[in-house]
Design a protein around this ligand. Structure first.
Ligand code: HXC
Length: 269
């Protein structure tokens, strides 16, 4: 059962990066379920085709698979232009694509650091810029960035990701102020550990997940649905006074100061 109206996003169009898997796929499916046509963007066609077919079949909406690397501005421009051409408009952009791996800072190469900055921070910028220029500046709309909480403290093995997500937060706040007068809302969801995702497999395999669950004030990890439902709320008219907000969904874990994720490169929780 859903708490949202089925026609919440009827007639709207959305583009979701990293929309073939995990949280991005969940958000794409929900926006389609509530009436929007969607484009899902990823580097890997194999991550997109099955997701696009099943979203379209389950919802009766259009779901376009589009191959683009968010690090490449020309590819991002093309994806945005194609989405607008095929879907007729572009109301929501969800910057969800991200890169992550655990690596002790002393062992991280310059390219390793830069790669994650490029995917998360520059990718978010490339997509926001492209959508603004091609559609949002004239029609308004929303940008929703998927951030994290691991940079609220010091998370060992995550210096590259912490820097990247801090940049995403800064982009969120700056663009919210700069583009707000044009009817564009820019917000972020900062999530803590989510089970079921590629990030979880990389960051807290096995017993580390149990440690995090025990450390959480609500004694559970987040779920993809937690983030999907919050995204639907933010993008709906119920969120119309939200701009530049970074909404934390982590069960209160970051308030405990126990953000170590249980990774093996330093102090654990
Ligand atoms: C150390 C590593 C590494 C590792 C890659 N590198 N993996 N260094 N430990 N495990 C280094 C490489 O050696 C290289 O540097 C540089 O990073 C680029 O690596 P490539 O493999 O060439 O990059 P690429 O093929 O572009 O892949 C990007 C990637 C990859 C980020 C490295 O893991 C990826 O595609 N990830 C996408 C999916 C993903 O990460 N999803 C999880 C998001 S979770 P050198 O110097 O050797 O050239 C998330 C949640 C956060 O964001 C919040 C959680 C609570």
């Amino acid at each position: 059962m859903s708490v949202f109206r089925n026609d919440l996003f009827l007639g709207r169009a959305a583009l979701i990066t990293g929309g073939g898997t995990g949280i991005g796929r969940g958000i794409a499916g929900a926006l389609a379920r509530y009436g929007a046509n969607v484009a899902i963007v990823s580097r890997k066609l194999e991550n997109l085709v099955g997701a696009a077919e099943s979203i379209a079949a389950a919802t009766g909406r259009r779901c376009l698979p589009m191959v683009a690397d968010v690090r490449q501005p020309e590819a991002v421009d093309s994806a945005v232009n194609r989405a607008i051409q095929e879907l007729g408009r572009l109301d929501f952009v969800v910057n969800n694509a991200a890169g992550n791996f655990v690596c002790p800072s002393a062992e991280l190469s310059p390219n390793g650091f830069g790669t994650v900055l490029d995917i998360d921070a520059k990718g978010t910028w490339n997509m926001s810029r492209a959508a603004y220029r091609a559609w949002l500046k004239d029609h308004g709309g929303q940008i929703l960035n998927i951030s994290a909480t691991l940079h609220y403290g010091g998370t060992p093995g995550q210096v590259h990701v912490a820097a990247a997500k801090a940049a995403v937060d800064a982009l969120t706040r700056t663009l919210a102020v700069e583009w707000g007068p044009q009817g564009i809302r820019v917000n972020a969801i900062a999530h803590g550990p989510i089970g079921q995702t590629e990030g979880a497999r990389r960051l807290f395999p096995g017993a580390a997940a149990d440690q995090l669950r025990a450390a959480s004030p609500i004694r559970r990890l987040g779920t993809i649905d937690d983030i999907v439902n919050l995204a639907v709320f933010v993008l709906s008219d119920a969120g119309s006074n939200l701009n530049g907000a970074i909404l934390v969904s982590d069960g209160g874990l970051c308030l405990t100061g126990r953000l170590g994720l249980g990774v093996e490169v330093g102090p654990t929780i």
